[in-house]
Design a protein around this ligand. Structure first.
Ligand code: FMN
Length: 353
């Protein structure tokens, strides 16, 4: 008989009855609608702060200020849907003026900040005494060690939660192109085990319970069971939630997932300088041929050089969110081809419960 027993994910005083964090998805894919719905079902809803203000009238004029304002509004709206559930934000380390986003998230009352796409070395310094939980995303034991050592030495602090993001995830990926083309799941499971052991050791040495969740390619309950059996406290799931009624993306974006076949999921080079995973489309073919002209810089990523970038990643992701899917970068995880129809968040959460 299938074991339907589940465990709550506990992060300090926060407690999610279903050990599922909905992964942050920018631009405009995980906003208050999706995050609120997941939180209301006992999981943790995460709003992506990446260019979150893209729908606002003054976005082109003052992108950063608009984003900071929109972030607070989205946290508030998510709380109204969440029915007392847990709402966090995902802020990429590579975000221009990262510090201001972290401060705004705390002012906006986010329960936790999950931060990857770079190592969030200074996150504790920016967050200070705030009770907001701090969670780095790591893809290797090496990156986990670097963060733990630095946070302890500089701030006498440890993460409240660790997200291990593997090579099957969506969005930007912390792996080399070659590693992504030949994924060895068994070898990566060994890396996960090493990280779990090391985090447990740090926790024991410093008297702190540090839950670890695994992300990347978790689509069904049995995938979650696999990682819980290995000792993870929960999972972070993103791709599965895109094809929900509640997801904030346009219907055309969701349909692109439903229509995609396995061979349409490709690894692309993002202007951010990291590889990413996306659905093959006319835009990706055009990007291979040369620079795609773009408008004024939207001040998203600190590593982007607008004059040299092959395309503007903000424009490409806003096109995805708004449904102009042939002119878009359609980020997705390795399982995006599996979606056959739209689902309700409640049904997914019931499967994982
Ligand atoms: C469309 C999309 C957008 C994403 N955007 C972000 C992001 O802005 N920041 C981030 O840290 N991770 C981002 N991710 C990664 C997810 O948060 C998550 O960790 C990962 O996709 C989990 O794997 P799964 O999609 O196979 O469930 C994104 C993923 C997807 C599919």
């Amino acid at each position: 008989m299938e074991d339907k027993k589940s465990r709550a994910l506990v992060i300090g005083e926060l407690r999610a009855e279903v050990p599922v964090i909905q992964g942050g998805m920018g631009v405009g894919i995980s906003l208050s609608g999706l995050a609120g719905a997941v939180a209301a079902q006992g999981g943790i809803g995460i709003i992506s702060t990446a260019q979150i203000g893209y729908r606002e009238a003054d976005f082109d004029e003052h992108p950063i200020e608009t984003n900071l304002r929109a972030m607070k509004q989205e946290i508030k709206k998510a709380r109204e849907i969440a029915d007392g559930g847990i709402i966090g934000v995902n802020i990429m380390v590579a975000t221009r003026e990262y510090e201001r986003y972290v401060r705004a998230a705390i002012e906006g009352g986010a329960d936790l900040i999950i931060s990857g796409a770079g190592l969030p070395m200074k996150l504790p310094e920016i967050a200070g005494e705030a009770k907001t939980k701090l969670a780095p995303i790591v893809s290797s034991l090496k990156s986990a060690e670097v963060i733990f050592k630095y946070w302890l030495k500089k701030y006498n602090r440890l993460p409240d939660l660790v997200v291990i993001e593997g090579p099957r995830a969506g969005g930007h990926l912390g792996f080399r192109m070659e590693e992504l083309e030949e994924i060895d799941d068994a070898a990566y499971d060994e890396e996960i085990k090493r990280i779990l052991t090391r985090v447990r050791e740090y926790g024991q040495q410093h008297g702190k319970e540090i839950p670890v969740v695994v992300a990347g390619g978790i689509y069904e309950r049995k995938d979650m069971e696999h990682y819980l059996e290995m000792g993870a406290a929960g999972v972070q799931v993103a791709t599965r939630f895109v094809t929900t009624y509640e997801c904030d993306a346009s219907p055309a974006y969701k349909q692109a997932y439903i229509d995609a076949k396995k061979e349409d999921i490709i690894i692309v080079k993002s202007p951010v300088g990291m590889p990413g995973r996306a659905i093959r489309n006319a835009f990706m073919e055009r990007a291979k041929e040369g620079q795609i002209p773009h408008g004024k810089c939207h001040l998203c990523i600190s590593t982007c050089k607008p004059a040299e970038t092959p395309y503007c990643i903000t424009e490409a992701l806003v096109n995805a969110a708004t449904g102009n899917v042939e002119q878009a970068l359609l980020f997705c995880g390795s399982n995006a081809w599996r979606a056959e129809k739209l689902e309700h968040v409640k049904d997914i959460m019931d499967e994982f419960r």
